[in-house]
Design a binder for this molecule. Structure first.
Ligand SMILES: C[S@@+](CC[C@H](N)C(=O)[O-])C[C@H]1O[C@@H](n2cnc3c(N)ncnc32)[C@H](O)[C@@H]1O
Length: 123
């Protein structure tokens, strides 16, 4: 694995708005924010919008800028891709954007029924 990728992975661990729960971790522990994203993470009652397979997160960050009255979560399994959007939103101080590194197949472990208002799939 390249040094650059390792540096991105290390930096991802420091971002408070990045949750990393690939399948192997989910086998060990329950995802703590399921059903509690609004009160425990975003600290508001605003709608939650997902972008599935967000890649570098351009749409997640862009939509977050356009619609500050909504909460956006980019989901992707590839940490090195998520890093781009995670870094940009962190540096911009955005409070309505989060990233979740995990498999889309685990979506029902990440969100309770009715918790998500909107889903974008941009490819
Ligand atoms: C074609 S890219 C699209 C990226 C972005 N949405 C865009 O439009 O630029 C597809 C993305 O889906 C992610 N992906 C594919 N299967 C996935 C899965 N099962 N769970 C999470 N992410 C997945 C890949 O890692 C990749 O970043």
């Amino acid at each position: 694995m390249g040094k650059n990728k390792l540096a991105k992975f290390a930096e991802m661990e420091t971002f408070p708005h990045v949750l990393q729960y690939p399948f192997a971790r989910l086998q060990q522990e329950a995802f703590p924010l399921r059903g509690h994203w609004r009160e425990d993470f975003f600290h508001n009652d605003r709608p939650i919008v997902l972008e599935l397979g967000c890649g570098k997160g351009e749409y997640t960050v862009g939509l977050g800028e356009l619609y500050p009255e909504k909460n956006f979560i980019g989901v992707d399994v590839k940490g090195a891709r998520i890093w781009t959007g995670a870094k940009a939103s962190h540096e911009a101080g955005m409070t309505n954007v989060a990233f979740l590194r995990g498999e889309i197949e685990s979506l029902t472990s990440f969100f309770a029924p009715g918790e998500v208002d909107e889903i974008w799939i941009t490819f």
